[in-house]
Design a protein around this ligand. Structure first.
Ligand code: SAM
Ligand code: SF4
Length: 334
């Protein structure tokens, strides 16, 4: 491979070995922070990657140094051909993981075990069924919660993604931390990020630091700071003697772009060099014409900015025009 691997190194010397693939733009939930109330314009099916295309493009990335793939969406598990995609990917020399809303994930636990997928992140923003309905516009709290318990019991490396919403999540922080007492799960508190149509503004931000302050008030001396990986997006902690851990993803208040190793492939086969970039590189049309897409990938990596697609300051980050030009999270693949 030699020099070839360098197409995934950007102008700041960051090497990208972690590919997040969105398998679907559709979803069986309607989270308010993820998509506009009226829904999103869906890409016609013929412009979405087929299972074969996903596998072939993923293989190309692996040939260039990717060794970690996370499947996401939309909801990745609603794709009918999900089993075939996972089986195909499991033949590649990569560590596989998934982010799912957990509604139907129990149907796939056997498949995950067969294919060696061990990292399962399930999104759950509240432990209250009524609030779950308000946030997701669907009534599926029970299955999601039960599936988190099942995933942990089956020994999956189980994460719980919690989006932090000001004046809402504060009251549940300690309940989530307490969940890690007897349950070996990693709770990830994620700062609310701006995307098209999600009515974001700075006043709705509950920061990772504010979360830590809430935890400190109750646990004073028993909070242990865990070592974070070089490429970690979260700052991680554990309460002494507890099975699980918790961490904060401070994308808005304290971005972690310096160690970024992530790139994203959208369901319609576009490469996003940053979650916040509204400039995408369409790979699928050229791929379908049988062209070598490596130069397109290299070009996209060369254009990657130092921080949050060029929004270095919080003021730039809050500029709504730039945000509205980006996709909604549901069609990016978080
Ligand atoms: N449907 C799957 C799920 O919900 O886990 C996978 C896709 S979802 C877009 C991936 C992650 O992005 C979820 O954990 C979700 O909570 C998070 N997310 C969506 N919109 C967000 C936003 N505006 N700010 C922060 N996180 C967000
Ligand atoms: Fe669907 Fe996940 Fe977005 Fe919620 S966060 S609408 S579950 S894609």
């Amino acid at each position: 491979m030699g020099n070839e691997k360098q197409i995934l190194t950007d102008g700041f010397g960051r090497t990208h070995n972690y590919l997040r693939i969105s398998l679907a733009e559709r979803c069986n939930l309607r989270c308010t922070y993820c998509m506009p109330e009226h829904g999103v314009d869906l890409t016609p099916k013929e412009h979405l990657m087929t299972a074969e295309e996903i596998l072939a493009i993923a293989r190309l990335f692996v040939d260039h140094g990717v060794n970690k793939i996370r499947l996401t969406g939309g909801e990745p598990l609603i794709r009918k051909d999900f089993p075939a995609i996972l089986e195909g990917l499991s033949a590649l020399p990569v560590k596989l993981s998934i982010t799912t809303n957990g509604v139907i994930v129990d149907r796939f636990f056997d498949l995950f075990q067969e294919t060696g997928l061990q990292d399962v992140n399930i999104s759950l923003d509240t432990l209250n069924a009524d609030r779950f309905f308000t946030l997701t516009r669907r009534n599926h709290f029970e299955p999601v919660y039960k599936n988190i318990l099942k995933a942990a019991a089956l020994g999956f490396n189980t994460g719980i993604n919690v989006v932090l919403l000001k004046d809402q999540t504060e009251a549940e922080i300690l309940d989530f931390v307490e969940l890690t007492n007897k349950l070996n799960v990693r709770v990830k508190f994620i700062e609310f990020m701006p995307f098209a149509g999600n009515k974001w503004d700075l006043s709705k931000i509950l920061t990772g630091n504010e979360v830590l302050e809430i935890v400190k008030e109750s646990y004073t001396t028993s909070i242990i700071k865990l070592a974070d990986d070089r490429n970690s997006t979260s700052v991680n902690y554990q309460i002494e003697g507890y099975e699980g851990s918790f961490g904060m993803i401070n994308t808005v208040s304290n971005p972690f772009c310096q160690g970024c190793n992530r790139i994203r492939l959208t369901a319609d086969g576009s490469l996003k060099n940053c979650l916040f970039s509204n400039i995408e590189t369409k790979l699928l049309p050229s791929f379908r014409e049988g062209k070598d897409i490596s130069p397109l990938i290299a070009g996209a990596m060369g254009r990657k900015k130092r921080m949050r697609a060029g929004m270095d300051t919080i003021e730039q980050f809050s500029a709504t025009e730039k945000i509205e030009q980006n996709r909604s999270m549901i069609t990016i693949g978080g």
